[in-house]
Design a protein around this ligand. Sequence first.
Ligand code: G4P
Length: 192
Amino acid sequence: MKELKEKIEQYGTVLPGNVLKVDAFLNHQVDPELMLHIGQEFAKRFANEGITKVWTVESSGIAPAVFTGLAMKVPVIFARKHKSLTLNNDMYTADVYSYTKKTTNRISISKKYVDSSDKILMIDDFLANGQAVEGMLEIADQAGVDVAGAGIVIEKSFQPGANELKDRGIRVESLARIKSLDNGKVEFMPEQ
Ligand code: G4P
């Protein structure tokens, strides 16, 4: 997606540890016009799939997910993250390890907002090691809902998440795919 790549080129900075900082438009300050177009692009790519709900994980997935739900005219659920290990029978839960932050969060979605006839689209801002999407898949499995795929704003293609999901037969649609962040420079994958 050209507009997104231009934003990354203009405002993205590379931090040590292969971290791309995009808080100028994606995960701190949010560019609503870009987010609107991102939502429309995911809606276009996953049109005619019979999607009934968009799922994401708080917090940075919420902005692109809400605009996707708006474009698709379906509700959006963001899984909540908890540090505590409280178990609650009213919630579906999965444990998600963050390689970047070296912490495990329990994510949860209320059973009240899940219907076994749902077909869900998972949205996230980054796909790196794939832990957040794996957590959502685990919950989808517990709930017995169908999964249409994952819509990712920025895929770090040099990390294993995208390939692992594709190997499991999950459709992954990423709007910007990054080949490398070596030497502080953003290199994109060639367009397919
Ligand atoms: P995953 O995102 O594929 O699950 O992989 P990983 O475990 O590596 O990521 C952990 C957290 O770090 C995620 O945020 C993810 O979005 C974020 N992250 C990974 N790579 C980058 C990067 O290059 N730049 C930025 N800005 N973030 C990155 P999270 O823990 O879910 O937190 P939140 O920000 O959504 O609250």
